[in-house]
Design a protein around this ligand. Structure first.
Ligand SMILES: *[C@@H]1O[C@H](CO)[C@@H](O)[C@H](O)[C@H]1NC(C)=O
Ligand SMILES: *[C@@H]1O[C@H](CO)[C@@H](O)[C@H](O)[C@H]1NC(C)=O
Ligand SMILES: *[C@@H]1O[C@H](CO)[C@@H](O)[C@H](O)[C@H]1NC(C)=O
Ligand SMILES: *[C@@H]1O[C@H](CO)[C@@H](O)[C@H](O)[C@H]1NC(C)=O
Ligand SMILES: *[C@@H]1O[C@H](CO)[C@@H](O)[C@H](O)[C@H]1NC(C)=O
Ligand SMILES: *[C@@H]1O[C@H](CO)[C@@H](O)[C@H](O)[C@H]1NC(C)=O
Ligand SMILES: *[C@@H]1O[C@H](CO)[C@@H](O)[C@H](O)[C@H]1NC(C)=O
Ligand SMILES: *[C@@H]1O[C@H](CO)[C@@H](O)[C@H](O)[C@H]1NC(C)=O
Length: 561
């Protein structure tokens, strides 16, 4: 049961489980997750790793919009663990969000925690993953939110739906990979393979026989529910000789956008329609790195493949391979991101809280330059020159129970120093402050954030993920943001809504959202090699005036520390 490679198994599972709920009141959907070790072999290398229910990738959760989802998480493994429901708004259920030491303390080995939340006003594909150390590399799966009974998709009903999960495989234990980097201060080792539904595919050693195959029938239309569960690298995604129509991003419907390439940042999800209308045969689905960091000395340049196989076609011939964009093809990535449009936008037209936030990596100096990071320092990441130090008790716990001394409320709205952010930044500015600072937001305030990438260490496209909210991406550009000339070009009509945005390398992006969800919300770079080293910050949204606008009390089994 270690493998979960057959897509057809998934598709038939979908047909079996899903019967529409009858009642209009919230249907309760229950899952039991056993977090446990499992022996798994890839690239001729067998290792024992953490999984959910022994599956890699983990089980796909199916719910309908409006359902109450109850997931009992039993930690039967040797590590502290927490689970996060990536992109789920968690309206008034912040306690269930899951980032370790932000909304809860870890579930220690032998213990359990019941996540209890209702999925309100969201449809499409999201996902779940471990939210502590590097464990999400192996502990993750798709979360599919179907329209509630009697409601249709805003596009023609596909003939079938197929989850496609992109990931990364390390031959080593991923906890050792992180521990090495913590010890040396350097960048964690790269993965040994990229994967599609857990498989590296035809171009890796010992992998060909297990390449993921997706069977399609000529003339039929399929909804691909694509999740990037990659850990440290974004990908270009293509299917040979098939165009794709994007109809949803990050669990929010988009206007249909037809393209031959997708850009998937770790954290992103895409709902994509394809029609099998080519000559019967075999076509590769292929992914490859999108790497914008010019200083990275070597990254994994292999191509990972799955096979789109027309039924009744001979499968002995070689599949057709699509040509993928260059590793640093920022032009293609920018075009893709800026072409997406929300289907039913409702953009905040006014702004109550305006923030300008620099983001990027940095270095902390080590005695005698003895660390393995840049200039003998330790690699860290920061927002507005503040690198987040994780507290030993969860920030939500401290906030709710009024425990003092855990965090301060002075995260700055602007950098303390203005400089040429994307120019030649003097070395003296490379070391951030290390602190646990939060930004407090008034209930229902409209927030605008302009993220500014910096050239400290290197420019790079960082996927910024905000918990508990979706945001509109109202503007993006290259170079330093100009507060006078850039805002007039903002799209306040139909900008795409996301929860994870790749901010252009050496550029900026402006987002807007309404802080209508009381609680403690993490925002971080979704490259785990960065967020593990402080590339994160925290918002606290205060309660609103009415009883229904307040964060409820914690669940009785909330892990504390
Ligand atoms: C889930 O939470 C609701 C209230 O928000 C509560 O009524 C229900 O009993 C909880 N279910 C479980 C299984 O904890
Ligand atoms: C990381 O890479 C270094 C250099 O190749 C190697 O010595 C080390 O064992 C690797 N760490 C792990 C956990 O595999
Ligand atoms: C792949 O399958 C072929 C044919 O069944 C078999 O001969 C070969 O040993 C398999 N290779 C691996 C690595 O399992
Ligand atoms: C051809 O496809 C069938 C059905 O998916 C599979 O069982 C078989 O192993 C495939 N053969 C080869 C050579 O890949
Ligand atoms: C992309 O990489 C190529 C080859 O290394 C290099 O020549 C080119 O300048 C790079 N382009 C950008 C935009 O960095
Ligand atoms: C730094 O190097 C000097 C000279 O080699 C040595 O005397 C000193 O002990 C070192 N300091 C640390 C903290 O390693
Ligand atoms: C960040 O703050 C540190 C002080 O903690 C300072 O030395 C450094 O110059 C600052 N860098 C920037 C870019 O503001
Ligand atoms: C696991 O979590 C508990 C509770 O927060 C903590 O006391 C313990 O140090 C953690 N263990 C590790 C290995 O981090």
């Amino acid at each position: 049961m270690a493998r979960f490679s057959s897509m057809m198994k998934l598709v038939s599972l979908l047909c079996l489980i899903f019967v529409a709920p009858l009642a209009a009141s919230a249907t309760i959907v229950r899952y039991k997750f056993n977090v446990e070790t499992q022996s798994v072999t890839r690239l001729c290398n067998t290792k024992t790793m953490l999984t959910v229910n022994g599956q890699y990738p983990g089980p796909t959760i199916y719910v309908h919009e409006g359902d109450n989802l109850i997931v009992e998480v039993n930690n039967n493994g040797p590590y502290n663990v927490t689970l996060h429901w990536h992109g789920v708004r968690q309206l008034k259920s912040c306690w269930a969000d899951g980032p370790a030491y932000i909304t809860q303390c870890p579930i220690t080995p032998g213990n359990k925690f019941i996540h209890n939340f209702t999925i309100t006003g969201q449809e499409g594909t999201l996902w779940w993953h471990a939210h502590i150390t590097y464990l999400r590399a192996t502990v993750h799966g798709a979360l599919v939110i179907l329209p509630r009974a009697g409601k249709d998709y805003p596009f023609p009903k596909p003939d079938a739906e197929i989850p496609i999960i992109l990931g990364e495989w390390w031959n080593a234990n991923v906890e050792d990979v992180l521990a090495d980097a913590v010890r040396t201060g350097g960048v964690p080792n790269d993965s040994d393979a990229y994967t599609i539904n857990g498989q590296p595919g035809d171009f890796y050693p010992c992998s060909k026989n297990d390449t993921t195959r997706i069977l399609v029938e000529h003339g039929k239309t399929y909804l691909l529910r694509i999740v990037s569960a990659a850990v440290v690298i974004p990908h270009f995604f293509k299917i040979a000789q098939h165009t794709m129509t994007v109809v949803g991003v990050d669990g929010v419907y988009t206007k249909p956008y037809t393209t031959d390439v997708l850009v998937m940042h770790p954290g992103n999800t895409m709902d994509v329609l394809i029609t099998a209308k080519q000559v019967s045969g075999l076509y590769y689905i292929a992914i490859r790195a999108y790497n914008t960091d010019p200083t990275s000395n070597g990254f994994l340049t292999t191509t990972t493949s799955a096979i789109l196989q027309y039924k009744c076609s001979s499968n002995t011939s070689d599949p057709v391979l699509p040509s993928l964009p260059g590793y640093n093809d920022t032009t293609t990535a920018f075009k893709f991101k800026t072409s997406l449009r929300n289907l039913k936008p409702s953009v905040p037209k006014t702004v109550d809280e305006e923030m300008f936030i620099t983001e990027g990596v940095g270095v902390v100096s080590c005695p005698n330059n003895s660390c393995a990071g840049y200039n003998g320092g330790r690699v860290v990441g920061s927002f507005n020159n503040v690198s987040l130090i994780m507290p030993d008790i969860a920030i939500l716990q401290a906030y709710y129970f009024g425990i003092k001394g855990v965090f301060t409320r002075d995260f700055p709205n602007n950098p303390s120093l203005a400089y040429d952010y994307t120019g030649n930044v003097p070395l003296g500015l490379w070391q951030p402050e290390l602190a646990t600072k939060v930004k407090v937001l008034k209930f229902n305030s409209n927030v605008q954030i302009v993220f500014q990438d910096t050239a400290i260490v290197a420019i790079e496209e960082h996927p910024i993920h905000l918990h508990g909210h979706n945001f509109y991406v109202v503007g993006q550009g290259f170079g330093n943001y100009n507060p006078k000339t850039d805002p007039p070009s903002f799209n306040l009509v139909d900008p795409v809504m996301m929860n994870t945005l790749g901010v252009p390398a050496g550029g900026w992006a402006a987002i807007r959202f309404t802080a209508n969800n009381p609680g403690v919300w993490l925002m971080h770079c979704h490259l785990e090699s960065h967020s593990a080293f402080g590339f994160a910050m925290v918002f606290i949204t205060k309660n609103g005036p009415s009883k229904s606008d307040k964060l409820p009390s914690p669940p009785p089994d909330l892990p504390k520390c």
